[in-house]
Write a protein that binds this ligand. Structure first.
Ligand code: GDP
Length: 196
C-alpha cells in the first residue's frame, strides 16, 4: 500500500495558460469550485501548511492554475474558482477556455474534487461543471466544504438528497472543513487510493 507524505512539496508551478505546461507523468488530481468556497484553505489543510495556497477574502482572485508536486508521487492542482458574478465576460471566457483545455488535455488526470459551500448546496454553476465532467467521462467527487457551519441534521438532509437523486450527480460526497479538519484525512485517503 503506497503512502504519501503530504507535507513534502517538491515543486510549485503557477500558469495562466496551458501552452507553457508540459505533460506530466505523475498521476494528478485537481480541486475546483466556486470562488470563495474555501478552496485555498482546504488545500493548505491537505498540505499541512498555513499559507501555501493563497487565501484571500476577495472572491475570484485566483486566476492561475497551481501545480503542487507532492512526495514525488502525485500532482495536486488548484484550478481557478468559477462563478464569480463581478468578473467581466472576457475574463469568464478566458477562464472557461482554460478549464476546457485543462480537462480535455491532461491525460494523467485521475480525479476531480468539486468543492461546494455546504451552506449554499449545489448552485447552477456547480451543476454545469458536474454535467460538463460527466459528458467528458471524467471521475469526480463532491466535497461539501465549510462543514463546520452545518448541523448533523443538515448533513442528513444532503445525504438523503444524494440517495434520492436519480440524476446520479452526487456519486459520493465528503464533508470537510479547513477550520476543524473534518474530512481532510478522508480526502487524503481518496488521493492515495488513486495511486494503488
Ligand atoms: P477560495 O477563494 O475558494 O480559495 O477561498 P479561501 O480559502 O480564500 O476562503 C474564503 C473564505 O472562507 C475565507 O474568509 C476563509 O476564512 C473562509 N473559510 C475557508 N475555509 C473554511 C472552513 O472550513 N470553514 C469556515 N467556516 N470558513 C472557511
Amino acid at each position: 500500500m503506497k503512502t504519501v507524505n503530504f507535507s513534502c512539496i517538491n515543486s510549485i508551478e503557477a500558469h495562466d495558460s496551458l501552452e507553457s505546461i508540459k505533460q506530466a507523468y505523475l498521476p494528478e488530481v485537481c480541486f475546483i469550485g466556486r470562488s470563495n468556497v474555501g478552496k485555498s484553505s482546504f488545500i493548505n489543510a491537505i498540505l499541512n501548511r498555513k499559507r501555501i495556497a493563497t487565501v484571500s477574502n476577495s472572491p475570484g482572485h485566483t486566476k492561475k492554475i497551481f501545480f503542487y508536486t507532492i512526495d514525488n508521487s502525485i500532482i495536486l492542482v488548484d484550478l481557478p474558482g468559477y462563478g464569480y458574478a463581478k468578473t467581466n465576460k472576457k475574463k469568464i471566457q478566458k477562464l472557461s477556455d482554460l478549464l476546457n483545455i485543462y480537462f480535455t488535455t491532461r491525460n494523467n488526470l485521475k480525479m476531480i474534487f468539486i468543492l461546494v459551500d455546504s451552506r449554499r448546496n449545489l448552485m447552477r454553476s456547480d451543476l454545469d461543471m458536474i454535467s460538463f465532467l460527466k459528458n467528458k467521462n471524467l471521475d469526480y467527487l463532491i466535497v461539501f466544504n465549510k462543514a463546520d457551519k452545518m448541523s448533523k441534521q443538515d448533513k442528513l438532509i444532503i445525504e438523503k438528497g444524494m440517495s434520492d437523486d436519480d440524476t446520479k450527480y452526487l456519486k459520493k460526497i465528503i464533508f470537510c472543513s479547513a477550520k476543524t479538519k473534518e474530512g481532510i484525512k478522508e480526502i487524503k485517503k481518496e488521493i492515495i487510493k488513486i495511486l494503488n
